[in-house]
Design a protein around this ligand. Structure first.
Ligand code: NAP
Length: 180
């Protein structure tokens, strides 16, 4: 796939590397923006308070499937129901919220684990296929926990992860009975 990451820091740059390893063609944009018209999917990985500012510098984003990885740390900003819906106000296309519940500092460890770490996400139906593929290609197992109407609650639930104390972050995984 052709992927453009909007943001090329810990999350954008880190996922770009994992996706290239999986064979995707990935372009990374910084705060100056750029054009995404050739992309099959875009990742939004900029500071949560800078989503509209960043996306207003990106051309060709209308109609693109987007994965929004932003989170509300240190505090929610703006008046959209959720950051994912702020992204959707630019794309007018299916959106997923994913990778906001996974530690960027651990990307290099994902493929070294005994079992694949989990990646919780919420998404519009039309974004599920692309999102699950890109979650798997980054080395995680996707777990859809709702549709995009859950985005705000999902964003607010980041404290669940931040409340776990080990320095450097943690992986998580859900299991059906018999799997553990
Ligand atoms: N780090 C994590 O573990 C983690 C995990 C889950 C979710 N998140 C969320 O993912 C998003 C990106 O986090 P990150 O850790 O990748 O951040 P980061 O390393 O600081 O990278 C931020 C990226 O956003 C771009 N950007 C665009 N507009 C910006 C502005 N006005 N001010 C600052 N940067 C701007 C930067 O552009 P330039 O390259 O031009 O500087 C940079 O590429 C955030 O919403 C964060 O809360 C982070």
């Amino acid at each position: 796939m052709k992927i453009v990451t909007i943001g090329r820091g810990t999350v954008g740059g880190g996922l770009a590397g994992l996706w290239r390893d999986a064979g995707h063609e990935v372009q990374e944009l910084g705060r100056d923006g750029g054009d995404v018209s050739e992309a099959d999917a875009v990742l939004v990985a900029v500071p949560g308070a800078k989503i509209s500012e960043s996306l207003s510098r990106v051309t060709g984003i209308e109609g693109k499937i987007a994965i929004d990885a932003t989170n509300i740390m240190p505090a929610r900003h703006g008046s959209f129901p959720s950051y994912a819906e702020e992204v959707k106000s630019f794309t007018h296309a299916p959106v997923a919220k994913s990778f906001n519940m996974n530690f960027g500092a651990l990307y290099g460890e994902v493929r070294k684990q005994r079992v694949r770490p989990g990646n919780w996400y919420v998404a519009d139906e039309g974004a599920v296929g692309v999102t699950e593929r890109l979650i798997r290609d980054a080395g995680y197992d996707p777990v859809r926990v709702g549709d995009l109407s859950r985005a705000r609650a999902f964003e607010d639930a980041v404290w669940l992860l931040m409340g776990i104390q080990p320095a450097g972050g943690v992986f998580y995984r859900t299991a059906v009975p018999g799997e553990l």
